[in-house]
Design a protein around this ligand. Structure first.
Ligand SMILES: NC(=O)c1ccc[n+]([C@@H]2O[C@H](COP(=O)([O-])OP(=O)(O)OC[C@H]3O[C@@H](n4cnc5c(N)ncnc54)[C@H](O)[C@@H]3O)[C@@H](O)[C@H]2O)c1
Ligand SMILES: O=C[C@H](O)CS(=O)(=O)O
Length: 475
């Protein structure tokens, strides 16, 4: 598989298409040209949707065939895992060790979706109060799906949409983030090689303003599965009217360190997860709340661990923190940190920028109203605050427009069972950080963090229509 410096094409209606307009993608660490991608014209996007509609109506893709194809993609991906990991590191800037994990997870996501093809069953409805009728449901593919994806997990978050869509029997049109789209093109090559029927998997690359908007306004598309920023998520929901969307959006996720916890263990793990992929993870640890009595102990260990993080070349296996996606994003974070400093925050370590590399930054003495607390940072920056009572910590977490995941370190079993009911989030992690996800779990947020759940078994339920059948069995 060739990656660098090749003019990449788009998979549309079973054909590989080159266009005059291209998008240049650069290596996020070296700044060198990585690839040049064809950009979909209005006519090509239209052709992709037409092909998907035709495939949905006319091309059989039975569940057993879907199973075989999805398992074959998983196998091909595994065989090409190192090339994909390298692409994620170069095109996406993710440290190679984490990039390898992403590929491994993507293989598993395909396998899990394949398994779901065997479970697509409806149910028999009790005929209580409906004598003379036999009632049951069937699960029908919902129709054409548009998968719109972000830059930060350029493989696995595409797979989390493509695999369940295909498992459900839906044609899927992928519109990835342009700056990490070579990976989608390469994935489409594997989908084709594995035997996905013509029109069932296509990619259209281009900006959200053009290609994205065209997809949103095309009434032939039945479902939008989107991962990205809350602003775009809200816009999608507004634009598509009564059609359905699954929206996985942003967050300012928090983790509590309670005084009965293994404080050192918590500090070590939090130092790793607050800065993983330069903080560009939707459930990245952005706010840490430590109980007052253990704050000094926590800070000593935490800062020591942070000082050991290696920042730099994603291809170096020792690197913990790579570059941010762009200099513009790094500048945004720099200005937010400076703004916090001017408003009284204490920059304990970090706060330095070299082009798109931002040093791991720890901020204390923060308060509500500061962007570093209220908004999604999406950068290697974390705030640490103390609390007196657990009720206070819960209020601090809930006092947010977001609600994706939260974590708590505690030895209190009672509190562990109680707290998931009290936190306004889609997932609670006990004795680990908020930045935990395994691909089979239902995953998704509340409030401005979105709606709907991903994880193949859950995503597939959003991608099928439950049709009720009523049979009159009266004599
Ligand atoms: N909750 C989750 O599971 C999850 C996972 C990863 C990332 N995210 C979020 O994604 C964001 C970072 O990723 P990003 O910067 O790539 O997000 P983004 O919202 O800028 O872009 C995401 C995708 O939306 C497209 N898009 C932009 N404008 C559009 C429009 N008007 N119509 C249709 N499509 C449009 C983009 O081209 C891209 O493909 C963060 O907010 C992060 O929290 C959430
Ligand atoms: O960025 C958010 C993604 O969901 C990352 S992960 O899949 O949770 O690791």
């Amino acid at each position: 598989m060739q990656t660098n410096q090749v003019k990449e094409r788009l998979l549309i209606d079973g054909e590989w298409v080159s266009t005059k307009e291209t998008h240049k993608i650069y290596n996020k660490f070296t700044g060198e040209l990585f690839s040049e991608i064809s950009v979909a014209s209005e006519e090509l996007v239209d052709r992709a949707v037409t092909a998907a509609v035709t495939a949905y109506k006319k091309v059989a893709f039975a569940p057993d065939e879907r199973y075989r194809v999805l398992m074959r993609v998983a196998q091909l991906l595994e065989q090409n895992s190192e090339q994909f990991a390298k692409m994620i590191a170069e095109e996406g800037g993710k440290p190679i060790t984490d990039a390898r994990t992403e590929v491994k997870r993507s293989v598993a996501t395909f396998q899990m979706a394949a398994d779901e093809t065997k479970k697509l069953v409806g149910e028999i409805i009790p005929n209580y109060n409906a004598q003379g009728r036999f009632l049951y449901t069937i699960k029908k593919p919902i129709g054409v799906v548009a998968a719109i994806t972000p830059f930060n997990f350029p493989l696995n978050l595409v797979v989390h949409k493509v695999a369940p869509s295909l498992a459900a029997g839906n044609p899927v049109i992928i519109k990835p983030a342009s700056d990490t789209s070579t990976i989608t093109v390469k994935l489409c090559e594997l989908l084709e090689e594995a035997g996905v029927p013509k029109g069932y998997a296509q990619c259209v690359i281009g900006s959200g303003r053009t290609v994205g908007e065209q997809l949103l306004n095309d009434q032939r598309i039945a479902h939008y599965t989107f991962t990205g920023s809350p602003g775009v998520g809200k816009h999608i929901q507004k634009t598509i009217g009564l059609r359905k969307a699954t929206l996985e959006l942003g967050s300012n996720s928090a983790t509590i360190v309670h005084d009965d916890a293994d404080v050192e263990k918590a500090a070590d793990k939090l130092a790793k997860m607050a800065f993983a992929h330069a903080g560009q993870i939707c459930i990245s640890v952005q706010r840490i709340y430590v109980q007052e009595s253990v704050l000094d102990r926590f800070m000593e260990r935490f800062l020591d661990e942070v000082s050991r993080l290696k920042v730099g070349d994603p291809l170096n296996p020792d690197t913990n923190v790579g570059p941010m996606i762009s200099e513009v994003e790094a500048e945004r974070v720099e200005s937010w940190v400076e703004e916090a400093r001017q408003e009284g925050a204490n920059i304990v370590t970090g706060g330095k920028r070299t082009k798109n590399l931002f040093s791991p930054t720890v901020i204390t003495n923060v308060k509500k109203g500061m962007k570093v607390v209220d908004e999604e940072l999406f950068a290697p920056v974390v705030t640490v605050s103390s609390y007196k009572t657990i009720e206070e910590a819960i209020d601090l977490i809930n006092d947010s427009k977001y609600g994706l995941q939260a974590g708590i370190y505690t030895a209190d079993l009672n509190l562990s069972y109680r707290i998931p009911y009290l936190l306004e989030v889609g997932g609670v992690v006990i004795n680990d950080t908020c930045c935990y996800r395994t691909d089979q779990m239902p995953y998704g947020g509340v409030k401005e963090s979105g709606n709907g759940k991903e994880g193949p078994a859950y995503a597939i339920q959003e991608l099928v229509e439950t049709v009720t059948v009523v049979v009159n069995i009266e004599e």
